[in-house]
Design a binder for this molecule. Structure first.
Ligand SMILES: C[S@@+](CC[C@H](N)C(=O)[O-])C[C@H]1O[C@@H](n2cnc3c(N)ncnc32)[C@H](O)[C@@H]1O
Length: 358
């Protein structure tokens, strides 16, 4: 791999435009580039390593007022889909010790005011103590009387650990939910009696997309076994039907508000889907087959739940090219979509579709 390191040395460079740092899941870098070419063809991919891709943004784009105050317009991250977090780069710092790198950070920051500091690793496997670096950075600002909480722009300072001796320094604004989680990593704890990691995935989707389930609503999940997502749905006081030929964990199967339809999705009669407020899908089949399974249900105007939460498994990462097509299917059924690769999921995307006219 030919890695080219862009020259972004000072805050002045970034004020002329320059570089976005995008944090993504390991292995999703090609998918991120596919989305960038479709949605933002004027951006240029530059330096990248696993989990971190930089794009150069042409200066004419940055004259748009939406780019003021070091912000990245929210539609940029939304359209990139595989961007867990986006940062405006101020440059790289290196040094022999944390103290040297903290001092170098002060050099690139000049007069930028920020509200909080996020320290996170490009590669979660790097053996670096982010908590200790966070302390050192925040202490250094306090000792210089730089008030972290004075910013009107709600900026967060990012220190992205690239390797043991090199950090990327940048800033992002705290507008979205995920932008308040260091690195965009969702950190909630799964319950002690967790049935599958799907509990955490759904918990993240609820937080990230602001999904508002109302107690008592009826939800059907296609691909429900062993029952982690259903566990989360039951905790939200919903009435839950799980469709799956495989066995459901007894903790869920025995719950008074749970029903198991022990079949494949296509073997359930359409009329049985009447009256659901939400449909979830998490079947380990290819994305087009999931869309076909949903189409069978949603094509009828009389049978339209108010929301869909669909997990599409991207066994072939190049199928990221088809995201627009899948969203168009939801639009044709009367839904508005938000799409994101979640930080707690696998090689998959989560589409949340909500009815345009209730
Ligand atoms: C990733 S697991 C689902 C995890 C589950 N959502 C949870 O919360 O624990 C995928 C499931 O999809 C189911 N599945 C695959 N094809 C299916 C189909 N055509 N209809 C229903 N379920 C299907 C599999 O049996 C498997 O249990």
């Amino acid at each position: 791999m030919n890695v080219e390191i862009p020259k972004v040395d000072t805050a002045a460079d970034i004020q002329q435009g320059e570089f976005l740092l995008i944090g993504c899941r390991h292995g999703s870098e090609p998918a991120l580039e596919i989305r960038q070419k479709i949605a933002f063809p004027s951006f240029r991919k530059s330096y990248w390593r696993k989990g971190l891709v930089t794009f150069r943004v042409p200066p004419q784009t940055l004259t748009d007022s939406q780019w003021n105050d070091f912000r990245i317009p929210t539609d940029v991250l939304d359209n990139l889909v595989f961007a867990r977090i986006g940062i405006r780069s101020l440059g790289q710092v290196t040094g022999q010790t944390d103290e040297e790198r903290v001092a170098a950070t002060h050099q690139v920051l000049t007069s930028i005011r920020f509200q909080a500091v996020h320290v996170w690793k490009r590669d979660p496997r790097l053996k670096v103590d982010t908590e200790s670096i966070h302390h050192k950075l925040t202490d250094s600002f306090v000792s210089l009387n730089k008030n972290l909480f004075l910013s009107t722009a709600h900026l967060i300072l990012d220190c992205v650990i690239d390797s043991e001796d090199r950090w990327w320094i940048g800033v992002h604004s705290d507008e979205s939910q995920a932008s308040q989680w260091p690195g965009g990593y969702y950190m909630n704890q799964s319950p002690a009696q967790k049935i599958s990691r799907a509990w955490l995935k759904l918990d993240e989707a609820i937080a990230r997309f602001g999904i508002d389930f109302n107690p008592g609503e009826r939800v059907c999940e296609l691909g429900a076994a062993p029952g982690g997502a259903c566990q989360r749905l039951l905790e939200a006081d919903l009435e839950v039907v799980g469709v799956d030929p495989a066995a459901i964990d007894s903790q869920i199967a025995d719950h008074a508000r749970f029903t198991h339809w022990k079949k494949r999705a296509r073997d359930i009669r359409i009329r049985n889907f009447y009256g659901f407020d939400w449909i979830l899908t998490d079947m380990n089949i290819d994305p087009d087959s999931t869309i076909t399974a949903l189409e069978r249900i949603l094509v009828s105007p009389a049978l339209r739940p108010r929301g869909i939460i669909a997990t599409l498994k991207l066994s072939d990462i190049s199928s990221a090219e088809k995201i627009g097509q899948w969203c168009a299917s939801f639009a044709s059924w009367g839904y508005q979509t938000q799409v994101q690769q979640l930080s707690t999921g696998g090689q998959e995307i989560c589409i949340v579709a909500q009815k345009t006219h209730v």
